[in-house]
Write a protein that binds this ligand. Structure first.
Ligand code: C2E
Ligand code: MG
Ligand code: MG
Length: 474
């Protein structure tokens, strides 16, 4: 009897020990992939580094980011995204060096810790080979799913051996590597930390400015290349912060895009531009820039509708400028919103053409109204004659597809001459007019009208007649 009790006790002890082990395993590991989780990774890396001497060698953390997971989750379902992540985790685990540790950092990133490195290039070689291995498409039913991967590498520096710090640096490096197209690799450098600090300050300033209405819109005119007639204005957002002063949209828009603020700002810009443009002669259009995030937020159609309704501004005078990047992610969802906006009567303009992918497929996949050729293209006219041929071909191609063209960044009379020769429809740039405050627009409009009356009296009279007809229409 006593013996049975002892063996039962022993059995219970063993069960308990196993249970504790299982619980410890669950606590330390990611349930989907079986890899170590972030917390246990940080603890183990700290333990290993505290025992090592890094006076002549280094350790490294590589953060691997997988882009395309939200796209897969959105189009094929979360279970497929989970399947892809598990498959990539298994590959990572199989190829990693036995002294290295790897973990799943968050939903779409992994980290690898290499405890001993003699040459920083070793870390880069590891990063490259991991990216190569993980980039091989994952088979799902009958289709291969290809992921875009990026890597950020951070090395220990003397006196700084904290896992959290290294992870943060690797994350910044990953961000800088993948900012443009979701792929690539980069080493951390101190300038990245400064950039991150500045971004954090801009974000705070954005939040403060959003509360205190410190945004405004400037308007840059664009003209008919052939007749120099004013055709409309592009609304460009301005931010004036009490302490940081004026911050360029090229800087604050990307920061706003990373937070949810862009949705609020974008809706405000639409409403403000439509409200302002109702005061202009009725043949002038207003163009508003739309961020990719506004499409993903799901509010864009309502925001455009509200902006038009509240100001009683006609949709055919509103142009919405989007960049190619907008169509890279979840293009079906974007395309259907673009179609709705076009059905509402708005013109859809492809902005900054000539940067990014410049994929011609977008041009026939969606019926854009206009193509805006990026200013870097116009600028390159001065550097090489090859650009002339390309510029002419783009304008001809757009015309054949029934699209109007605007050339941005017109700074010299030579630019105007070339674009006239190539029959580009519209020009916009510092030469013809810098972005101006709303209070200066009346002067710009009147000046153009009087010069039109002088140079193209017939056309100017017609445009005034058209203005009158529109104003008198019920
Ligand atoms: P974008 O839409 O391509 O606007 C044209 C930019 O080029 C403007 O810069 C304009 O001031 C500048 N520019 C115009 N002509 C010339 C020229 O001849 N030479 C040079 N060097 N630059 C010229 P800005 O106002 O700094 O805006 C930069 C970008 O910020 C815009 O590029 C647009 O992508 C974004 N942005 C501005 N306002 C908004 C907004 O309301 N919403 C969103 N989502 N983005 C905006
Ligand atoms: Mg634009
Ligand atoms: Mg542009």
């Amino acid at each position: 009897m006593e013996q049975t009790e002892a063996s039962e006790l022993d059995h219970l002890r063993k069960l308990n020990a196993q249970l504790e082990k299982d619980i410890a395993h669950v606590i330390r590991h990611d349930q989907l992939t079986g890899l170590m989780n972030r917390t246990s990774f940080v603890t183990e890396v700290d333990q290993i580094m505290s025992k090592a001497d890094y006076s002549t060698t280094n350790a490294a953390i590589i953060e691997i980011g997988i882009s395309g997971i939200p796209r897969i989750a959105g189009s094929l379902g979360r279970h497929v995204a989970d399947y892809v992540i598990s498959a990539l985790a298994a590959r990572l685990n199989a190829i990693k060096d036995q002294n290295s540790l790897c973990c799943r950092l968050d939903y779409w990133s992994f980290a690898i810790f290499i405890p001993l490195i003699h040459d920083p290039l070793e870390a880069l070689t590891t990063a490259k080979s991991v990216i190569e291995a993980l980039s091989v498409p994952v088979d799902w039913v009958d289709r291969p799913l290809k992921m875009e991967l990026g890597a950020g590498v951070a090395l220990t520096v003397e006196g700084q051996h904290q896992a959290i710090e290294l992870l943060e640096k690797a994350g910044l490096a990953l961000k800088s590597a993948t900012e443009k197209n979701g792929a690539g690799y980069a080493f951390f450098n101190p300038a990245l930390a400064q950039i991150a600090m500045r971004r954090a300050n801009v974000l705070q300033a954005l939040q403060e400015s959003a509360d205190q209405h410190q945004f405004s819109l400037d308007y840059q005119p664009f003209y008919c290349t052939k007749t120099s007639e004013l055709k409309g204005f592009e609304a460009l957002m301005r931010m004036n912060h009490a302490v940081m002063g004026t911050i360029s949209p090229a800087e604050f828009i990307p920061v706003a895009e990373e937070s949810s603020l862009i949705t609020k700002l974008g809706a405000w810009a639409l409403a403000e531009a439509c409200r302002e443009a109702t005061n202009w002669p009725s043949h002038l259009t207003v163009a508003v820039n739309i961020s990719p995030e506004q499409f993903y937020s799901g509010n864009l159609i309502t925001d455009v509708y509200n902006a038009l309704e509240l100001s009683s501004f006609p949709a055919y005078r509103l142009e919405l400028e989007i960049t190619e990047g907008t169509m890279l992610k979840d293009s079906e969802m974007v395309m259907s919103q673009l179609s709705s906006l076009r059905d509402m009567g708005c013109a859809i303009v492809l902005d900054d053409f000539g940067t990014g992918y410049s994929s011609l497929s977008y041009l026939w996949k969606f019926p854009f109204s206009k193509l805006k050729i990026d200013r870097s293209f116009v600028k390159a006219l001065e550097d090489t004659h090859l650009v002339r041929g390309m510029l002419r071909s783009i304008i001809d191609l757009a015309r054949n597809l029934g699209l109007k063209t605007t050339a941005e960044g017109i700074e010299t009379p030579d630019h105007v001459a070339v674009l006239k020769e190539f029959k580009c429809d519209y020009i916009q740039g510092y030469l013809t007019g810098r972005p101006a405050a709303q209070t200066d627009l009346a002067a710009i409009i009147l000046k153009n009208y009087s010069s039109q009356l002088r140079d193209q009296p017939e056309a100017a009279r017609n445009s005034v007649a058209a203005m009158h007809t529109t104003l008198q229409a019920p």
